[in-house]
Ligand binder design. Structure first.
Ligand code: R5P
Length: 328
């Protein structure tokens, strides 16, 4: 695996008077990302202890004074998802009771997002429950990246700043030598994202017809669009068990694709993901570090850091500037 990260450029240096009201806190989900963001912003992370009692209950103590501060809590909901969600709500409660002025949850990966509707009887809308928990515990704003579905923003009755990882990944994709490129969505839900990629790369668009048969199994039989003889860039919001990416790359090769490349935002990589990626007919897999990557990883996997983008967004939120201007 390789890691692409730009050199830190301290964005707060010209703005020292505001620094003492700015605080950044991390849970234990992704401290590396929090440290990287802190380095870009040239501010220290707040001193805090987040541990476990002997019975597994979460133990928290924030040492810095939070009174009146603009606090950014960095915590994606990667596996173990439920642990990190509870850690987040307890940290929020800590910060609220410590009289923080405003609390922004920086959740680069928002879990439970795929359960965003009641499409059969007697199932929860889990994404809404997680949103409710964050707001009820004290979140005043949310900063997130590539939500599985845009409408999840509406589950929060507080402002949500939504970032796109595509421009960050695209910087790297542009340097890859691809011929006769077609962007491909691995399912209908991914078409909007794939269309944005195709527009920016000025190339064609294809779609794989996917049917999910269980949490980790998918069936793919048809490809809509011409992929014969093309290099393919498969784009998706996340790789979870890698069933989608592995099957899509296989059917694309069956339909005559020359080479298959992957660009996905959230590398959750759970269950059989690593083995599936190792055997999938793909040239290169490009992901971000919205969630930490641990354990053995395929040699053809490159991780691009999202910290510079998050740092710029945090700076803009703190200074009450437009966040969407980042994408103009
Ligand atoms: C589905 O709607 C998502 O965009 C991803 O394609 C999917 O969640 C990936 O899951 P897996 O890697 O387990 O196939």
């Amino acid at each position: 695996m390789s890691l692409i990260s730009t050199a830190p450029s301290p964005v707060f240096q010209d703005n020292l008077p505001q620094m003492d009201r700015f605080k950044m806190v991390t849970g234990t989900a992704h401290p590396d990302l929090a440290h990287e963001i802190a380095c870009h912003l040239d501010v220290p992370l707040a001193s805090a202890y987040v541990g476990r009692f002997p019975d597994g209950e979460i133990d928290i103590k924030v040492h810095d004074d939070m009174r009146g501060a603009d606090v950014f809590l960095i915590q994606p909901t990667c596996p173990p998802v439920n642990e990190y969600i509870l850690e987040t709500v307890l940290l929020l409660d800590t910060l609220r009771r410590a009289s923080a002025g405003r609390i922004t949850v920086v959740m680069p990966y928002f879990g439970y997002a795929r359960k965003d509707r009641k499409d059969e009887g007697r199932v929860p809308i889990s994404a809404k429950v997680v949103a409710n928990m964050l707001v009820a515990s004290g979140a005043n704003r949310v900063l997130t990246i590539d939500l599985h579905a845009q409408q999840i923003q509406g589950f929060f009755d507080i402002p949500v700043d939504h970032l796109w990882a595509r421009p960050v990944l695209q910087e790297v994709v542009r340097d890859m030598k691809m011929d006769n490129l077609t962007v491909c969505a691995p399912d209908v839900g991914a078409v909007k994202l794939a269309r944005a990629w195709a527009k920016n790369l000025d190339c064609g668009l294809a779609i794989v017809d996917k049917r999910r048969t269980s949490g980790d199994k998918v069936v793919m039989e048809n490809v809509i669009g011409d992929v014969d003889g093309c290099d393919i860039l498969l784009t998706d919001d996340m790789i979870s068990t890698a069933g989608t990416i592995a099957e899509a790359s296989r059917i694309l090769k069956d339909k005559g694709a020359k080479r298959v490349f992957i660009a996905a935002t959230h590398a959750v990589l759970c269950g059989p993901a690593r083995e599936r990626l190792a055997h999938a007919p793909v040239e290169q897999i490009l992901v971000t570090n919205t969630v930490p990557l641990r354990g053995d990883l395929p040699d053809n996997l490159t991780q691009v850091s999202i910290a510079p983008l998050l740092s710029r967004a945090i700076q803009r939120i703190h200074k009450e500037e437009s966040v969407s201007a980042l994408f103009d």
